[in-house]
Structures are given as C-alpha cells and as structure tokens.
Design a protein around this ligand. Structure first.
Ligand SMILES: [Zn+2]
Length: 198
C-alpha cells in the first residue's frame, strides 16, 4: 500500500514542529520521552502494570504479538504501554510508533484480544503512516545527513540513536541522504579541481 501523496512532506513538517516545540534544531535527535511529555502522554513498561510473566506467556503464544499500545483509561489520560521484554531499540521504535499515531490524530479504533490481553489497533493505512512518521521521529532527515557527513556508519548511527541497524539502514535508503551527500561531495571536488586549475 502506498502512502498518500504529500504524506512524507507532512511527516517531515510534523517532526520539525515537534523539534521546535521541544526546543531542538532539525539535526538534533528527538528523545521519545520528550515527545511524550509534550503530548501529555505517560509511557509505561508493561511489567509496571502486570506481572512480567504475563508478557512471557504472551510471547509464547505468539512471539512479537505485543509491541506497544496506546490506551485511554479516562478522557484526559493517554498512556503508552510497551513490552518490557523487548530490546531497548525495539522499545524506542515501538514507543515512537505509538507517539506517531497520536501526532497523526489516529483513532484508536479496533479492540483486539490475544490470550486474555486486550489491546487496540488501527487500520492498515494508519499503521503505514505511523511506521513512516516514527522512522522520521527516530532518525530525522537532517540528523541522518549530519551523521553521513561525519562519515558515521550504519552501526554507529544505530547505536548512538538507540535504533536497530535495520531501521538505520532503512532510513538512510528512503531519505536518500547518502546519495545527497555523495552529490555534494562530487560538486565540491569538481569546484576544487576548477579552482586548482585557475
Ligand atoms: Zn500502530
């Protein structure tokens, strides 16, 4: 399924707006907890609410079944609950995904049940939009470009920003920052060689 026209630019604008509201520049990383704070959302690890064993059982029924969910226990309270068993990079990614849903004003529409755990999920288009926006939140374009200019490798970018290498590589690919950097480099070399000859 393709994202609707203009959505990617909209996502960049949302990210920039979030950064501005938090007081960050375009190339700054965005700590998910600051976004949550900005939106008035509580972020809780699942085992603060239920015994950790419950998540182990869930994992045994279906690995990867539960990543995170957004709950509204009351009209003025929004809570993101994430899987306590996930790696840190996965948790960051899952929380960013949930924050993206809120930033995009997605309805928490469908109630799903797995085992005896109830959670909410959204429609496929909204899922895709949230996936894209969360990637932008985790690794904003300007930040990636700055990293590439510094010569940082995928592994380093992933570690530094608490994401998986897969996510870092994906963002490098879809933003085209490597290409952009190479083009800029080529231009500089051309200009240098012209200047040298003058
Ligand atoms: Zn989602």
């Amino acid at each position: 399924m393709a994202l609707r026209r203009g959505f990617k630019s909209e996502a960049e604008r949302i990210v920039r707006r979030v950064q501005t509201e938090i007081g960050l520049s375009a190339a700054d990383p965005i700590p998910p907890e600051r976004v949550a704070e900005l939106l008035g959302i509580e972020v809780i690890a699942g085992d603060e609410l239920l015994p950790r064993q419950r998540f182990v059982e869930l994992h045994n029924i279906q690995p990867d079944a539960f990543s995170a969910c957004t709950l509204r226990p009351s009209p003025d309270r929004v809570v993101i609950v994430h899987n306590p068993l996930s790696s840190e990079s996965r948790q960051n990614s899952d929380v960013a995904h949930e924050l993206a849903h809120t930033l995009l004003d997605h309805e928490l529409s469908r109630v799903q049940r797995l085992g005896d755990v109830t959670f909410l999920s959204c429609d496929p288009i909204q899922e895709e939009e949230a996936a894209w926006l969360s990637g932008c939140l985790l690794l904003p374009r300007a930040l990636l470009l700055a990293e590439v200019r510094r010569g940082a490798e995928v592994k380093v970018i992933a570690q530094k920003h608490g994401v998986s290498e897969r996510m870092a590589q994906y963002r490098l690919d879809v933003t085209g920052v490597v290409r952009q950097n190479q083009a800029a480099m080529k231009k500089t070399l051309q200009d240098l060689s012209i200047q040298v000859r003058l």
